[in-house]
Design a protein around this ligand. Structure first.
Ligand SMILES: [Zn+2]
Length: 409
């Protein structure tokens, strides 16, 4: 008999190709596309097989429900997302949904019901790969949509409302997906990083989602002819920016913690081979599980960059474009998850998530917990993404142990 973990991985593989991908030669399943609808139909079938009833909510999330002994008790929500980035791996998102279904299937097969109902959410939009706003559908469930967030269109100019129409839904009712109140939220997700693999651990308990800061920096020098501007008289914006990038890297490395800082985009103007760069615009992304640490690093980085600009005689401005608070997981739920993990013979390890997840949105609705599953080479958002069926089986047993412990509270 195939284990639940192996079946969860096999189902992710099944969803990795047409008709569950909108592209013939790679996996790309964006929110509200034909491939998305096909995936929902397949997953709904698996939910029903596992003993659940299913519905599509007002934000086009697929929801499976397994009743509890106390039908009116607030449910445990287990969820993750089924949309993907372009040329995606198969496990980022769907594995958490499939493992939730397997957990219910195991309870159903054993004739077990908890005091509380269990709801499996297959969130529609987490990646933001179709519309510019990410995590739109978990925001609807958590009740944290903001004005204007639904006035969006995809690259082809199709509005959210038009994209919802084939699902017989409308942006006017989107916010009705708001959940009336949940006991807890549990999300299993591939780590998308190399920490568990390096430690030789199949799973780990997530302590929270990192606080994030983003800046846009503009460095201004003086553009000049590359052949006639003497080296000693130049104000080269790119050379200054290069020194700044290295300073950012050095400050983050010297912190020797979970702190990470990245320059991911840079525009050089005028951008010609024979012109000394007069202006450079680049982004900085700074993250840490500890908000104070993040803020200290950001201050140190900005001070260093100003110093470099002053020393080189270039102009320097910085604008903060993004400030996401850290989203800590619930300490009591972390303990339950860790106890379930230790019961499976796994050495306990806690780690922060550098990437955003639906769990950070659901934190506005109820206490949250996340379980990370080792992924090969820490690779994700890439077809080479791989999760081991044996690891998925351990994750499933940990989830079942968590459910049992939550029921015994
Ligand atoms: Zn994901």
């Amino acid at each position: 008999m195939v284990s639940g973990g192996a079946r969860a991985v096999a189902r992710c593989d099944e969803l990795g190709v047409a008709p569950y991908s909108d592209a013939p030669d790679m996996l790309f399943r964006a929110y509200l596309t034909p491939a998305f609808a096909a995936a929902q139909r397949a997953i709904a079938g698996w939910m029903i097989e596992a003993g659940m009833t299913t519905r599509i909510d007002a934000a086009a999330n697929l929801v499976g429900r397994y009743e509890g002994l106390e039908p009116d008790a607030p449910p445990l929500i287990i969820g993750s997302h089924i949309d993907s980035v372009r040329d995606a791996g198969r496990y980022d998102g769907p594995l958490g949904v499939m493992l939730g279904i397997e957990a219910v299937a195991a309870l159903h097969a054993a004739g077990r019901r908890m005091r509380f109902p269990i709801e499996i959410y297959a969130f529609g939009d987490e990646e933001g790969s179709r519309f510019a706003t990410a995590m739109l559908t978990s925001r609807a469930v958590a009740g944290t949509l903001e004005p204007g967030m639904l006035d969006i269109a995809d690259a082809r100019g199709i509005s959210l409302d038009e994209a919802l129409a084939p699902f017989e839904l409308s942006d006017l009712k989107f916010a009705e997906a708001r959940h009336p109140g949940a006991l807890a939220y549990l999300e299993a997700h591939i780590e998308q990083g190399p920490a568990l693999e390096a430690l030789g651990l199949p799973v780990g308990v997530v302590t929270g989602i990192a606080a994030q800061l983003r800046y846009i920096v503009t460095v201004t020098g003086v553009a000049g002819h590359a052949g006639t501007s003497a080296m000693t008289l130049r104000s080269d914006a790119l050379a200054a920016a290069a020194e700044m990038v290295l300073a950012i890297e050095r400050i983050a490395r010297e912190d020797a913690s979970d702190l990470v800082a990245t320059v991911g985009r840079m525009e050089v103007a005028p951008g010609a081979p024979n012109v000394v760069p007069g202006k450079v615009v680049f982004t900085i992304d700074i993250r840490s599980g500890d908000q104070a640490r993040r803020d200290r690093a950001a201050a140190a980085i900005l001070t260093a960059l100003r110093g470099i600009a002053a020393h080189r005689g270039t102009g320097f401005t910085s604008e903060q474009t993004n400030d996401l608070a850290a989203s800590p997981c619930d300490p009591r739920l972390m303990d339950l998850l860790e106890a379930a993990l230790v019961a499976q013979g796994v050495a306990p390890h806690r780690l922060v998530s550098g990437a955003g997840h639906d769990a950070m949105i659901l934190a506005a609705l109820c206490p949250t917990a996340m379980l990370f599953i080792r992924c090969a080479g820490g690779i994700s958002h890439n077809p080479a993404e791989h999760a081991d069926p044996a690891d998925a089986e351990i994750a499933l047993r940990v989830m079942l142990g968590f459910i049992e412990r939550l029921d015994a509270l």
